[in-house]
Design a protein. Structure first.
Length: 381
């Protein structure tokens, strides 16, 4: 994701990245703050107040980003299980793919940081779905403007077949839209009519396109190789398991409980901004939490292009991490990259990397380019 087309010159990115890294290495680098050891806070979360505290000014992104285009997004989950990555805090970016990571990590709190305010609105939409729906079948029915199926199957593919086969009904669709907007209003987040209209537009796009919905950009022609929503839901991890957050009722129940307790919090901000990521770090320290997973998608690609990678690294340094904290990132290798973690048939590659090893490599001058970032200290999936 980002502000420029993916076909920008990799060589130019290397040169900009190297220049930024060299400039930052000329400055004194503060050591990573120690992780606090106090007990994890169980204090209730004031959802609206926390969004306001953590967020900063929004920026531009050239897509609604209703769904991901990362076909490989589940490929890290087997390694996460083997490494025992669980609990703590989760930080992520973008729309619904975060829920699959959260469902498997089972964090105490999750912060979704995105430069677009529309992503916050998207997550308010999802929060309404989770709040309204006691189970997966009801979630999907509201999501796609349908009636709840009778005796829905437990298998995800069969459940999607049933939802897709339900007839469209304008009255039911209008009712679902009203339900969601009423629920969103109850969260206490200040929203003007334009914001509510945006949430309704998102909902009606899901209703109209259904499971055939694809990722799309405003200024680029649609890509035939982008996955549909149905394909993303039915992707498997590298152990062959269906691992989308709607694949198992118990995963859905865990996510729903997190939503009801305001423990999945959307935040507006730039990874390299002056406030949001640093304030997230301060807030997690107050709660006694350690970041276990930081899912960055391919945001770092654009930060390097914009000359902001050094600021981003210093923001990451402010987070409470330990030797088990990891990055999860997405490499779009269709045109430019071959990577040992790439899986045939996928347009993206998921990469997992220890956070502290990445910071140490940056300080040692070993991260000279985006190419270095995605090849150094990669955990074998």
């Amino acid at each position: 994701m980002g502000w420029y087309a993916l076909w920008r010159s990799p060589l130019l990115i290397v040169l900009i990245f190297a220049g930024v890294a060299q400039a930052c290495r000329g400055q004194a680098v503060a050591p990573a703050p120690p992780v606090e050891t106090q007990a994890v806070s169980q204090a209730p979360i004031d959802f609206s107040a926390l969004i306001d505290r953590l967020s900063e000014e929004s920026g531009y992104f050239d897509t609604d980003n209703l769904i991901s285009n990362e076909t490989s997004y589940l490929h890290v989950l087997g390694a996460m299980r083997r490494m025992g990555i669980e609990g703590g805090a989760y930080i992520g970016v973008g729309p619904g793919q975060n829920f699959s990571y959260i469902a498997h990590q089972r964090p105490n709190i999750a912060l979704i940081l995105d430069i677009r305010r529309d992503n916050l609105l998207m997550h308010l939409f999802y929060k309404a779905l989770f709040t309204l729906a006691p189970d997966r079948a009801t979630f999907l029915a509201i999501h796609f403007g349908r009636a709840v199926p009778q005796a829905p199957p437990t298998d995800l593919e069969a459940l999607l077949d049933v939802i897709e086969a339900l007839p469209r009904d304008e009255d039911v669709e209008a009712q679902r839209v009203r339900q969601v907007l009423d629920e969103v209003r109850s969260f206490g987040v200040p929203l003007d009519e334009a914001s509510l209209a945006t949430i309704e537009r998102f909902h009606r796009q899901f209703i109209s396109a259904g499971l055939r919905l694809q990722f799309n950009s405003h200024n680029r022609a649609p890509r035939a190789y982008y996955p549909t929503y149905r394909q993303l839901m039915l992707e498997r991890d590298l152990d062959g398991n269906r691992a989308h957050y709607l694949a198992r009722e118990e995963d859905y129940a865990y996510l729903r409980q997190m939503q009801l307790e305001n423990r999945i919090v959307p935040v507006v901000g730039n990874f390299a901004g002056e406030h949001a990521l640093r304030e997230i770090g301060a807030y997690l320290r107050e709660r006694g939490e350690t970041v276990r997973v930081f899912y960055t998608s391919n945001v770092e690609f654009y930060l390097s292009y914009d000359g902001l990678f050094g600021k981003y690294i210093e923001n990451v340094r402010s987070l409470p991490t330990d030797d088990n904290s990891v990055f999860i990132r997405s490499l779009f290798n269709r045109f430019s990259y071959n990577h040992p973690q790439s899986v045939p048939g996928h347009i993206s590659t998921q990469i997992m990397q220890p956070v502290r090893k990445a910071l140490a490599s940056y300080d040692a001058g070993e991260l000279r380019s985006y190419n270095d970032l995605v090849f150094l200290h990669v955990i074998d999936l």
